[in-house]
Design a protein around this ligand. Structure first.
Ligand SMILES: NC(=O)c1ccc[n+]([C@@H]2O[C@H](COP(=O)([O-])OP(=O)(O)OC[C@H]3O[C@@H](n4cnc5c(N)ncnc54)[C@H](O)[C@@H]3O)[C@@H](O)[C@H]2O)c1
Length: 569
């Protein structure tokens, strides 16, 4: 009742699709194989190849720099905002998301090819969870934090302060066009930053609607309108974001481009966070509950047609339950319906990138040539109207196949039979990537296996649940990148982490002891040695010895000092 009465008023933001956005370009279709023009970005639905709107102009490097400058001016104002104001902005966004789930998901579905349920999982639910976490805990983690000041400075207060870095750049991929923008946005505006976010050339159309929504939310709470800037374009625009004056950059994308971003950042010493590819293992131990883990395995492989950085790409299943696991997987896999993301009842949608289906096919063909068995799917339907790859299950898979090494980013559930927990650990770690990992089995055993996995995240008896706990950092090791977004670490990563020391006891301050003041006395060095024993001696006797040495040092008379050139003082 108290919460109801004191409930803060939160602005309602209504943003509709325009008539043109709803209509698209009737009769106009994308011709497969057409190269993207240099200055424009074509926008089409990967499930139907229908054009969603006119080609969008790609930002040049100069235009990106102008956006960064606008964001910088806005950030100077926003840095002065209170946490209360920032919370109101997050709540406004939360309300907008809650009340516009339909449009948010439909727009994402049309731009990226994923069905509405997949969009609900990957776009909306995680974004709402992030809003909720920031509202509840954000301020707590950005408040100055007391630290110990050490024995020698017992009279001081030491603390860490979290100041906004300024203008954050984010370069994001196409797989979750809504969440990939709102994820860095929420953390950065809460930390007091401006954000310049470059969306992918393969999912730019949706950012028109999402961008209007952002502007409306900013306006509704009186935040500077230029606080969030969206950049459209190709690699050149991404490069300009790294070298064009941002204070830090979060790059989310492939490992190859991540390397290029890091090289570019070296010139300007722009700090970078790299969130790169993944090839997550999904380990099923012999005492796992199949009724729980099979539906998760299917979601792990087929959510958004496998186009997830933390998608399950390598299934290691114990030989004792392997056949039953495959049988249950196949029962569901055979019933999956693939089609246009907005057709009712569709389980699997389209591939967002034009060449991705052919790439997945090449990995499947290599696996089959080396002995893998196709249980279902495995071949592109040439008559399908869009960019589809069928949900595929492979058994008899081994590490000799490319499909166990390269990131698939497609709907393939590849199963390897294992004989022991140790074998599962060894195979899971035999990979260049190390983003997430999932283990199913009895709690103790699964935890033991999980602890040995070389990855940034491990979920026990669930799939990718670490991302639903928005207090946790997200990121990987090895070729999956470094540093973290999300969680306390990600939020503090939006900040200049500043150390501060100040006197803590009234009347006590630091005065340099006379023997150490310039010009130093002859006893200065023995005095320092004595201080070390006094403060850092390993026991109380050594501390007492230090005190004695200190008194003795101060009694050493100052002799004549030999100066440069042989003269004496
Ligand atoms: N670890 C994570 O958090 C995470 C999340 C989602 C996706 N991903 C990864 O993203 C990849 C799929 O996305 P993608 O195909 O869009 O990746 P990508 O690396 O091709 O592109 C990512 C972004 O970088 C931009 N870009 C391209 N060249 C650039 C350059 N030279 N300088 C700066 N920016 C440049 C692109 O325009 C795009 O916006 C997969 O490898 C996937 O695992 C990682």
């Amino acid at each position: 009742i108290y919460r109801l009465i004191t409930h803060e008023w939160v602005p309602q933001v209504d943003v509709e699709l325009t008539k043109e956005e709803k209509a698209g370009l009737p009769g106009k279709r994308w011709k497969p194989g057409t190269p993207f023009p240099k200055d424009f970005i074509p926008c089409y639905d990967p499930g139907t190849l229908e054009m969603l709107g006119p080609d969008m102009p790609a930002d040049t490097a100069d235009q990106v720099r102008v956006k960064i400058e606008r964001a910088r001016i806005a950030q100077k104002k926003w840095a002065k905002s209170s946490f209360k104001q920032r919370r109101l902005l997050i709540k406004t966004i939360q309300r907008f998301v809650l009340e516009n789930q339909d449009t948010i998901c439909k727009v994402s579905a049309r731009d990226s090819g994923k069905p509405l349920v997949d969009a609900a999982f990957g776009e909306v639910i995680v974004t709402l969870e992030k809003c909720k976490w920031l509202i509840k805990e954000g301020e707590k983690w950005l408040k100055p934090e007391k630290r110990s000041s050490g024995l020698m400075m017992f009279y001081k207060n030491a603390r860490v302060e979290y100041h906004p870095v300024g203008v954050m750049g984010a370069i994001v991929p196409w797989n979750y066009p809504f969440h990939n923008v709102f994820n860095p946005l929420l953390a950065n505006v809460f930390a007091g930053n401006a954000l310049v976010v470059k969306v992918s050339e393969y999912a730019s159309w949706s950012s028109l609607y999402y961008g209007r929504a952002i502007k409306a939310c900013l306006a509704a709470v009186g935040a500077p309108e230029d606080l969030v800037q969206i950049v459209h374009g190709y690699g050149e625009a991404g490069n300009a974001l790294v070298t064009g004056g941002t204070d830090k950059v979060v790059f989310v994308g492939s490992t190859g481009v991540g390397r290029a971003v890091m090289k570019a950042a070296a010139d300007t010493l722009t700090p970078v966070v790299l969130e790169l590819g993944g090839k997550d293992p999904f380990i099923v131990l012999e005492d796992a509950s199949l009724s729980q883990c099979v539906p998760m395995a299917l979601r792990g492989a087929f959510q958004s047609c496998g186009q997830n950085c933390a998608g399950a790409e390598r299934f290691y299943v114990h030989e004792k339950i392997h056949d039953e696991f495959v049988k249950r997987v196949m029962k569901a896999a055979n019933q999956l319906r693939q089609g246009w993301a907005l057709s009712p009842g569709v389980d699997c949608g389209a591939m967002c990138m034009p060449n991705q289906a052919a790439y997945v096919q090449s990995l499947v063909d290599d696996a089959v040539a080396k002995g893998a068995v196709v249980e279902c799917g495995g071949a592109i339907d040439k008559d399908a109207p869009g960019q589809f790859y069928p949900p595929t299950v492979l058994t008899n898979v081994t590490h000799a196949m490319k499909i166990m090494k390269e990131e698939v980013f497609g709907p393939v559930l590849s199963i390897v039979k294992i004989r022991s927990d140790d074998e599962a650990v060894a195979l899971a770690n035999e990979c260049d990537f190390g983003l997430g990992s999932n283990v199913f089995g009895s709690r103790r055993r699964a935890l033991k296996v999980g602890a040995q996995l070389n990855a940034g995240m491990t979920t026990i008896n669930d799939f990718c649940a670490t991302y639903m706990a928005q207090s946790l950092p997200f990121g990987g090791v090895k070729e999956s990148g470094f540093d973290r977004f999300a969680g306390i670490e990600g939020l503090r990563g939006c900040c200049n982490v500043k150390s501060v020391v100040v006197d803590g006891i009234p009347g006590i301050r630091t005065d340099i002891p006379p023997p150490l003041q310039y010009p130093v006395q002859h006893c200065a060095f023995p005095f320092c040695k004595a201080l070390c024993h006094m403060f850092f001696g390993l026991n109380i006797l050594e501390n007492a010895r230090g005190l004695f040495m200190l008194v003795s040092a101060m009694m050493i008379p100052t002799p004549k000092v030999l100066l440069k050139g042989g003269k004496t003082d």
